[in-house]
Design a protein around this ligand. Structure first.
Ligand code: DGJ
Length: 701
């Protein structure tokens, strides 16, 4: 719901539970007024107007709540926009021109006070999900080029509080999305990626808690998430007036965009939201939006299938006979998609060679891909394939033919990572090469699933075919071209499911998830480590997009041995896959796996389409998550015990999210309890040993 108060010049954007309010001054400055709980009377928001909101003559005392701050005057906070105009003018003076409201979208048009340079602030209100999605459009209507040095998608302002806490997700390869918590200092904090993808090191998301730190069910939580698959930054500032401003958008580091006359540049979409009842509703709103509105529409409502992936079983050592053997064992387990990972093409026997030579290796696959795919299909499974289209090994026919097709600086070493270089997507011939081989692969073979990998970040970011002034466009151009190629392929091959992977979870973000159906969460498949990675992941993304495999009993990353049921339960919390060498599984293990896969198929509508509640009222040596169906008739609770000590007893596990007045029966103990009792008293769960787990199904009577 969007409204405009003509008398006060105030726009009010209301969702189910929240309101976002800003207005314009008589001189055309846009000032943020309020973000928080929706109030009963719209006029109430006016009380939040700060008459001294912007006092340029007293910069230290001014409370600058500018909605979209351009750099200039005495504004020393992080600007959303920094520009080099012609005539050596480097500051921005934006003046409000007009607004339009179309359905759920409000667009404000601002113009530079002198130049024909326009800025549109676009806000789309997703009422049901308590979300506002914002983006910014720059248009150069002058006759000369304008250089954009910084473009953020917007800022939010937090209400006054004594203290501010923040939560963010940091990590590394094999340890992605680990929740971090801190107190916002009286300084500028920057979360970012500079490597060309969202990165393993941080997620483009932050949550801010004015006052006390929030829990799953209590406390104020403001959050922002960027839908962008490249270099991003989120800047948190607490100024001398205790004002907290959070701004997010394209990373300013090594960024510059040469905006030609008549050209436009759009910022990534920024998702913002607020929950008055802790983290739970904040992430459930984000999940529901992705499930109902954001994921690619073709496969949006379909349940994700159980897959098998050959990577951990065979690494690069794939061949026709062995893959068929694995497929014959996978099918009776209940696997629905058989995915062949790396190693099937060119001279790809290790990570040293072959990337870029996308024709099937005939020594390994004498019948081409056809023989394997036909067998997989006859076994009743779909076939999926791994590719890494943006990359090349120097030891490849592609690189030998086109050494100039990679990002590089002249006279400098081309730094290799995993023995590979990154293709220069700015070159039209590179774009056509990728589109061409991918299109052929998908046209000539019955492929229903693509795992699109990217195993290194960008270095030596030079593109020789454009002028110096455009060199720093590379980072953003790479992302836009990657999107363009994927969009092209998805339009031509709509039946194919696409998975985003980047050496694990390096390219998981809301931008990728508007184009890919799911993501590979991490190369770390240790079921215990995964619980923590998955926990962090769940603050932004729903279980349906989180691919998780059951791999070997002994995990070499941590030298840990974990039981099969525990490994299954951990992977069943997302989109279940099997990634182990199943030729080594005993008949008993095969039977147990078959039973658990069947169980997963029964509960997956609740896991993939239900609502997720993280239970935070249990000790740190346990983890519990419950998934509740939309109608609240069914729920699935997972409980894990890590290590017990000191003869401690296991507490009952509270179950959130149920209908408090309904009665639920659990097959686990046969008990019948009301939803309220389950929440307040909880369920008794027994464990036999460390690293034990329980999957408890609850059904309404
Ligand atoms: C990294 C991925 O995350 C793995 O799952 C696997 O696909 C390898 N790349 C293949 O090279």
């Amino acid at each position: 719901m969007i409204s405009f108060n003509e008398n006060k010049s105030i726009w009010t954007l209301e969702t189910k539970h929240t309101a976002y309010v800003f207005g314009h001054s008589p001189t055309g400055q846009i000032t943020n007024i309020y973000f928080g709980t929706k109030l009963l009377f719209r006029d109430d928001y006016i009380h939040a107007v700060d008459p001294g909101a912007w006092a340029p003559e007293y910069p230290d005392r001014a409370v600058n709540r500018e909605e979209f701050m351009g750099w200039g005057e005495t504004k020393y906070a992080e600007p959303c926009l920094k520009v080099q105009f012609p005539q050596k003018i480097r500051d921005v003076r934006l003046v409000f021109q007009q607004y339009t409201i179309k359905a759920d979208t409000l667009t404000l048009l601002l113009k530079d006070a002198y130049f024909d340079f326009y800025v549109s602030l676009v806000y789309t209100v997703h009422e049901e999900y308590d979300l506002i999605v914002r983006r910014v459009l720059l248009e150069n209507k002058t006759t000369e080029p304008i250089i954009i040095e910084q473009l953020l998608s917007g800022s939010i302002y937090l209400p006054q509080a004594e203290q501010y806490h923040y939560s963010y997700l940091a990590g590394k390869w094999a340890g992605e999305t680990q929740m971090q918590k801190g107190v916002i200092p009286g300084a500028r904090v920057r979360l970012e990626s500079r490597c060309g993808t969202p990165s393993h090191q941080a997620q483009p998301w932050v949550a801010l808690e004015p006052g006390c730190p929030a829990t799953e069910t209590q406390g104020k939580v403001y959050f922002c998430a960027l839908a962008y698959s490249g270099n991003w930054n989120i800047i948190i500032e607490k100024d001398c007036n205790n004002l907290v401003r959070v701004s997010a958008g394209l990373n300013t580091f090594d960024f510059q965009w040469y905006l030609k006359p008549g050209a436009a540049l759009e910022s990534p979409a920024l998702f913002t939201g607020y929950s008055a009842s802790g983290f739970g509703p904040a992430s459930r709103n984000l999940h529901a939006f992705q499930l109902n509105e954001l994921l690619p529409v073709k496969h949006r409502t379909a349940l994700r299938k159980v897959l098998y992936n050959s990577w951990e079983a065979r690494l690069f050592g794939v061949n026709e006979k062995d893959q068929i053997n694995l497929a014959r064992l996978a099918a009776p387990l209940g696997v629905e998609i058989f995915v062949m990972d790396d190693g099937w093409f060119g001279e790809r026997h290790s990570d040293r060679a072959g990337l870029g030579d996308w024709s099937v290796n005939k020594d390994k696959f004498p019948g081409g891909l056809k023989t394997l795919i036909t067998e997989v299909n006859q076994l009743g499974m779909d076939f999926g394939l791994w590719v890494e289209p943006e990359m090349v090994n120097p030891d490849s026919d592609l690189y030998r033919a086109h050494p100039d097709w990679v990002y590089h600086f002249p006279h400098r070493l081309r730094t290799e990572r995993r023995n590979q270089l990154v293709l220069n997507l700015s070159k039209p011939e590179v774009r056509e090469f990728i589109k061409g081989f991918m299109d052929r692969l998908l046209t000539e073979n019955n492929i229903k699933f693509i795992k699109w990998d990217m195993n290194r970040s960008i270095s030596e970011p030079g593109i020789m075919e454009v002028e110096e002034v455009q060199q720093k466009e590379l980072w953003h151009r790479h992302v836009l071209t990657f999107y363009e190629i994927v969009d092209y392929l998805r339009t031509k091959h709509p039946e194919v499911i696409f998975q985003s992977c980047s050496g694990g979870g390096g390219r998981a973000d809301l931008g990728v998830l508007s184009r890919f159906d799911q993501v590979w969460t991490s190369d770390n498949t240790d079921a215990f480590d995964r619980l923590r990675i998955q926990h962090g992941f769940s603050f932004i993304y729903p279980a349906k997009v989180m691919e998780a495999w059951v791999t070997s009993e002994y995990n070499q990353l941590n030298n840990r041995i974990l039981p099969l049921q525990y490994r299954f339960h951990s992977a069943m919390m997302g989109n279940l896959g099997i990634g182990d060498d199943i030729t080594c599984w005993s008949p008993e293990q095969m039977a147990e796996a078959h039973k658990l896969i069947n169980e997963y198929k029964e509960i997956r509508p609740v896991i993939q389409h239900g609502s997720q509640y993280r239970i935070d009222r249990i000790p740190g040596n346990m983890l519990a998550v419950v998934y509740v169906s939309k109608d609240k008739r069914q729920a699935v609770l997972f409980v894990f015990l890590h290590i017990n000590q000191f003869y401690n007893s296991i507490p009952r596990v509270p179950v959130d999210g149920l209908d408090p007045d309904a009665q639920y029966r659990t097959r686990y103990t046969g008990e019948v309890m009301s939803g309220r009792a389950l929440q307040e008293i909880g369920l008794k769960v027994s464990f036999k040993h460390n690293f034990d787990s329980a999957l408890i199904r609850l059904e309404q009577e």
